[in-house]
Design a protein around this ligand. Structure first.
Ligand code: SAM
Length: 244
């Protein structure tokens, strides 16, 4: 059979594309891409002529048998998402599991990933860490997940949309306490890359003063005393109720 290559792509800076990623995308028979129009720009930049097929969360189940059949007929396939590592808060997992189950070789390439890139510059303890990804939109769900995270000793990595950063930070202050160390990694690898480090309350204050724009990774320091309830040291000058 052919091989399924998992190919990470840049999270902002095109120079982060590896030689091996370019070579692999050039030599496979087909690229399964989350958004073919988005990936076409990357292919054009690196003069890659390989054909694409769409593979995203809405057609995963329908596409898997089709892609497995292609692999079993001997074609080599590369899977990419819009940015970073396939499968990490992105499509890919089910295809990998299905390929592995029928004995198709799966070859992962190392490369860009927003969570780990943020973690190493955060100044927070990098291991052990807990990668959660997106918290979800509903405040009640966020509170439930954060209450569980609040008891963890390890650093937590979250992905969040710029439109929800303020509200999520307010929930973090509410559930984990004002003193929990928080780091925002903004626009990683891009021109306006920035790290906002402080207590939950300080970082919330930053987000209230500055309209959050661009892409964010949110890191939460671990709880050194998991049995001790979070201290609620919310001061009156932050309009937290407005966001929670
Ligand atoms: N597969 C990707 C990876 O390996 O990191 C993650 C894809 S997920 C759909 C997109 C989220 O990753 C964004 O909402 C943001 O939280 C984070 N992200 C992606 N690129 C980023 C960047 N350049 N700077 C900060 N966060 C980024």
């Amino acid at each position: 059979s052919g091989t399924l290559y998992l190919v990470p792509t840049p999270i902002g800076n095109l120079d982060d594309m590896t030689y091996r990623a370019i070579e692999t995308l050039k030599t496979v028979d087909l690229i399964a891409a989350e958004d073919t129009r988005h990936t076409q720009q990357l292919l054009n930049h690196f003069e890659i002529q390989t054909k694409q097929i769409s593979f995203h969360e809405h057609n995963t189940q329908a596409r898997i048998p089709e892609l497995l059949a292609k692999l079993q007929s001997g074609l080599n396939l590369a899977q990419v998402s819009d940015a970073g590592m396939p499968s990490i808060s992105d499509p890919g997992t089910e295809l990998v599991a299905a390929a592995a189950q029928v004995g198709i070789p799966v070859v992962p390439l190392p490369g860009p990933n927003a969570g780990l890139t943020a973690l190493i510059a955060s100044g927070l303890v990098p291991q052990p860490f807990y990668f959660y990804g997106f918290l979800g939109r509903k405040t009640s769900d966020q509170k439930e997940v954060l209450a569980e995270i609040g008891q963890r000793e390890e650093t937590t990595i979250l992905y969040e949309s710029p439109y929800r950063i303020r509200k999520t930070l307010a929930v973090v202050v509410d559930v984990l306490g004002a003193d929990r160390p928080v780091v925002l990694a903004r626009e990683l690898t891009k021109r306006y890359e920035e790290f906002i480090r402080g207590t939950a309350q300080e970082v919330l204050a930053w987000a209230i003063e500055n309209e959050p724009r661009g892409e964010f990774v949110m890191l939460l320091g671990g709880n050194p005393n998991p049995d001790k309830p979070a201290e609620k040291l919310i001061t009156d000058d932050l309009p937290i109720a407005e966001y929670v």
